[in-house]
Design a protein around this ligand. Structure first.
Ligand SMILES: *Cc1c(COP(=O)(O)O)cnc(C)c1O
Length: 381
């Protein structure tokens, strides 16, 4: 065999899994067929063998199947980011002339997507406090889609999703929720009657702050609509290696979430006694029906006398940075986005308290994290 042939031939025997406990990474752009008939059947839509990774890849399918099972949904489709998943859902389902009711304090880039792409395309969008979706049975009259977060971004307001779903079904409205905060361990929206669940898998699903990814879980029919439009045509597909990292992340989702919860419980207990802290937002099992756990993402408001930049700069274990849900503890002072110039952002439009600070509690030792936090509070007054 010539060198070019050796270098380019298919490494077939090595492409099998050979009894390994982790799935292989199908790091391939295309899939070949044994014969003409098999290839022709796939092209005619008579088989669903993998064809091309933009559309379908077994490592990605493995992650999708795990997410569908965890959320209790029929099917799932993964994307290159949480925003890839959100834009796929909204752009595939919300058509010009339709009306969308969106929750206030929605993720800031979802807000920008709505303002810059959805509304200019002719979709009508109004924003409501999350509680209104449950309290007002007529809120959704005349709407086509309700787009929700519970808890909401930064404010962590929660709502009874079963009541929201019942109101929406009575009006024939399709419901979509971003469930990134709760993960399927703490809240399963499909069980409560919500139609579609979205995750930024970059957060707890990955858990290792090394991947950006998204996923949508829903009925087979809804997922097929997203899959047909978004993957082949928009092309925001998840890479096989990223899918493999997410499968790896899911192995430890349960123990990680237990540890985040234990640390958050410790913080909530001790924050209650602190004069420097005027408010704690940390939804938990008793906040609302259908929510069965506390995650490590909470927000607090610091009293007037606390110097927020000094507090942030004194922290040693907590670092300053966006995102959340990883092994490392992070803080985000809301004042940073409230001060941004230019087009009004979601925090400015919906009014986030300027003294709010969001904490993402990681997997460090809880007592060491608390000591660090306490020292920074005391050093900032
Ligand atoms: C981070 C985040 C997103 C966006 O996800 P990406 O993976 O960063 O694109 C969406 N919703 C919520 C609630 C988030 O925190």
């Amino acid at each position: 065999m010539s060198k070019p042939t050796i270098a380019t031939r298919l490494a077939r025997p090595w492409a099998e899994s050979a009894g390994s406990v982790t799935p292989p990474i199908h790091q391939t752009s295309l899939f070949t067929f044994d014969d003409y008939a098999a290839f022709a059947a796939r092209m005619a839509g008579a088989s669903d063998e993998p064809l091309y990774t933009r559309v379908q890849n077994p490592t990605v399918a493995c992650f999708e199947e795990m997410m569908a099972d965890l959320e209790g949904g029929e099917a799932a489709v993964a994307f290159a980011s949480g925003m890839g998943a959100i834009s796929a859902a909204l752009l595939a389902l919300a058509k010009p002339g339709m009306r969308v009711a969106c929750v206030e304090h929605v993720y800031p880039d979802a807000y920008r997507l709505i303002e810059r792409m959805l509304i200019p395309s002719g979709v009508r969008v109004e924003y409501f406090p999350v509680q209104a979706f449950a309290d007002d049975p007529d809120l959704l009259a005349g709407y086509d889609i309700a787009y929700l977060e519970s808890p909401t971004t930064m404010m962590l307001e929660v709502v009874d999703l079963a009541r929201v779903a019942a109101n929406a079904r009575a009006q024939g409205v399709l419901t979509i929720i971003d469930n990134s905060w709760a993960t399927p361990l703490h809240q399963r929206p499909l069980d409560l009657g919500i139609d579609m669940v979205i995750h930024s898998a970059s957060k707890y699903i990955s858990g290792h702050s090394d991947t950006v990814a998204g996923v949508v879980v829903a009925s087979r029919v809804l997922i097929a609509r997203l899959r047909d439009l978004s993957l082949p045509l928009v092309g925001a597909k998840l890479a096989p290696f990223e899918a493999w990292l997410l499968v790896r992340g899911l192995r430890t989702l349960v123990p990680r979430m237990r540890m985040h919860e234990a640390t958050a419980n410790l913080f909530v207990d001790r924050l209650a006694g602190r004069a420097e802290v005027t408010k704690v937002r940390s939804p938990g099992p008793n906040s609302v029906p259908g929510l069965n756990g506390r995650s490590g993402l909470l927000s607090i408001e610091l009293a007037e006398g606390v110097d927020i930049p000094r507090f942030a700069d004194t922290l040693k274990h907590f670092r300053l940075g966006v995102s959340w849900g990883g092994f490392e503890s992070l803080v985000v002072p809301a004042a940073i986005s409230l001060g941004q110039a230019g087009e009004k952002n979601a925090a400015q439009r919906f009014g986030v308290p300027p003294r709010l600070v969001r904490l993402s509690l990681g997997l460090e030792d809880a007592e060491e994290l608390w000591s660090d936090f306490e020292a920074a509070l005391e050093g900032a007054v």
